[in-house]
Design a protein around this ligand. Structure first.
Ligand code: UTP
Length: 459
């Protein structure tokens, strides 16, 4: 079938309307873009004919997840830390940072990783994560490779940023930047594929669930195996409070022989906008807040606590072998539809920048790997310790840069206060991880500073 006939059979022949105006090279590149698109899949997704999950029915069979919760975390913390630290020290842990999203809600015109978020230092999101990774390496005397996932939307600027900024302090051998795949965006009303220019389809990253395919395709899984990496610690670039290679979480993951471990926080209220981590038919999985029927979300247990308490914060630990084993099945992960604003050409070839959502993007989600795991573990953490994502522009009600900075300052103030330091209420504090990574280290540092002062005084 000719390209035109194929496109016409999927009602996408408008894509060729400017083809006659293109130079030979542009046309060749455009034809390649078209050839890379699975129009049949796109048609099914657009027409909603792709098998979809009946979440309401599934949710009736949901139970709370098997999890290590607050008191149990406290009881087993020392052992978990010991096991986690041993894995880190022996070079068996690698780090994955996903940074391929377009950050449309934030409205920042560069990749989100370049956004300055240090409350006093103005360090970027990338720098915050790398500084913490460097401090972990320093603490355990080990080199930890970092795999940064970009997308065609963020790849070039991210590479330029790391090369201009001395790779944020990381040795060349420890930093791998690799690019995920993309999917065409379609007009929300008509289902027609949008064009970014006369010679380009409006493509968007295929979701953080594109990680597995990208890790495999770009050789990162082989690279990690060659380095002796057995576990990956996964965080998303927009959460600067995520711990990096936290021994406790790694320890619980290893002790439970889990293939995929998820850190969760207790939801503050029934319909909080986070994914609900649940157990269905023996498998751990996540039901988006929008897919969980109200009466199920509001159900309580015998203590009057929310039955479905576990909120996803997108911090995971994966066994490398698990990721290798799901490379093929990850290709079958479902696509989710996201209603977003996408700039595109109108029928006359003029660029339109819509103020609100006009398009559907198709994304795979990393947490859809959970039910593929034979063994999965869920570990509870305190949101104030690990979660303050930058999602929206300042002025929005939640998840803005101002909220994130305030959460970082509050955490660092509390570390100092726990160490006995008195801080006036209006004083802003930011602690660099090279000085202290956590409350325990702050206490040790403060005590040793006090001792130095006392010794000096006594002399
Ligand atoms: P979000 O789903 O919050 O998307 O990504 P976003 O791109 O940051 O923001 P919006 O929705 O356009 O406003 C959560 C994390 O997953 C990464 C993002 O970079 C962010 O760290 N991500 C998202 C990817 O790496 N690839 C994707 O295709 C999507």
């Amino acid at each position: 079938m000719s390209a035109l006939a194929t496109l016409a059979s999927f009602q996408q022949d408008h894509l060729l309307q400017f083809a006659a105006q293109l130079e030979r090279d542009e046309l060749a590149a455009f034809e390649q873009q078209l050839a890379d698109i699975d129009f049949e899949l796109l048609h099914r997704l657009t027409k909603d004919e792709e098998a979809t999950v009946d979440w309401a029915a599934l949710a009736t069979r949901a139970e709370p997840p098997i999890a290590v919760r607050g008191a149990e975390v406290d009881k087993n913390r020392d052992r978990a830390i010991e096991v986690g630290e041993a894995a880190i020290r022996s070079g068996r842990v690698g780090m994955i940072l996903v940074a391929g999203g377009q950050g449309t809600r934030l409205g920042f015109d560069q990749p989100k990783g370049l956004f300055p978020i240090g409350p006093l230092s103005d360090r970027t999101l990338f720098q915050m994560h790398c500084d913490r990774l460097l401090a972990v390496m320093q603490r355990y005397g080990v080199a930890i490779p970092l795999y940064v996932m970009t997308s065609p939307a963020t790849d070039q600027e991210t590479r330029e940023y790391f090369s201009k900024n001395d790779r944020c302090g990381l040795d060349e051998d420890l930093l791998t930047i690799f690019c995920q795949g993309s999917m065409p965006a379609v007009d929300a009303e008509s289902g027609k594929v949008l064009m970014a220019s006369k010679s380009e389809i409006a493509l968007s990253p295929d979701g953080h669930g594109g990680l597995v395919a990208a890790l495999h395709k770009r050789g990162c899984l082989n690279d990690a195996r060659a380095r002796g990496i057995e576990h990956f610690y996964y965080v998303q670039v927009d959460n600067p409070m995520a711990r990096i290679c936290e021994p406790e979480l790694i320890g619980f993951h290893i002790l439970s022989e889990s293939q995929m471990t998820t850190q969760v926080v207790k939801k503050r209220f029934a319909k909080e906008k986070v994914g609900n981590v649940v157990q269905i038919d023996g498998k751990t999985q996540i039901i988006e807040y929008s897919d969980l029927p109200d009466e199920i979300a509001e159900a309580t247990d015998s203590q009057g606590e929310l039955k479905f308490w576990a909120g996803n914060i997108a911090i995971h630990v994966f066994q490398r072998e698990f990721l290798e084993s799901v490379v093929d099945s990850a290709d079958g992960l479902p696509f989710h539809r996201a209603h977003k604003a996408v700039a595109h050409l109108d029928a006359s070839g003029l660029l339109v920048k819509p103020a609100g959502p006009n398009a559907i993007k198709f994304e795979r989600f990393i947490f859809d790997l959970l039910p593929l795991a034979d063994t999965a573990m869920v570990v509870e953490a305190d949101a104030a310790d690990v979660f303050a994502p930058v999602k929206n522009a300042d002025g929005a009600a939640v998840d803005t840069p101002a909220h994130t900075k305030a959460a970082i300052v509050a955490q660092h103030r509390s570390w100092l206060q726990q160490a006995g330091v008195k801080i006036p209420p209006d004083v802003q504090v930011e602690i660099h991880p090279s000085w202290a990574l956590d409350a325990t280290e702050v206490r040790a540092k403060v005590q040793s500073e006090l001792k130095i002062e006392a010794d000096t005084y006594l002399r």
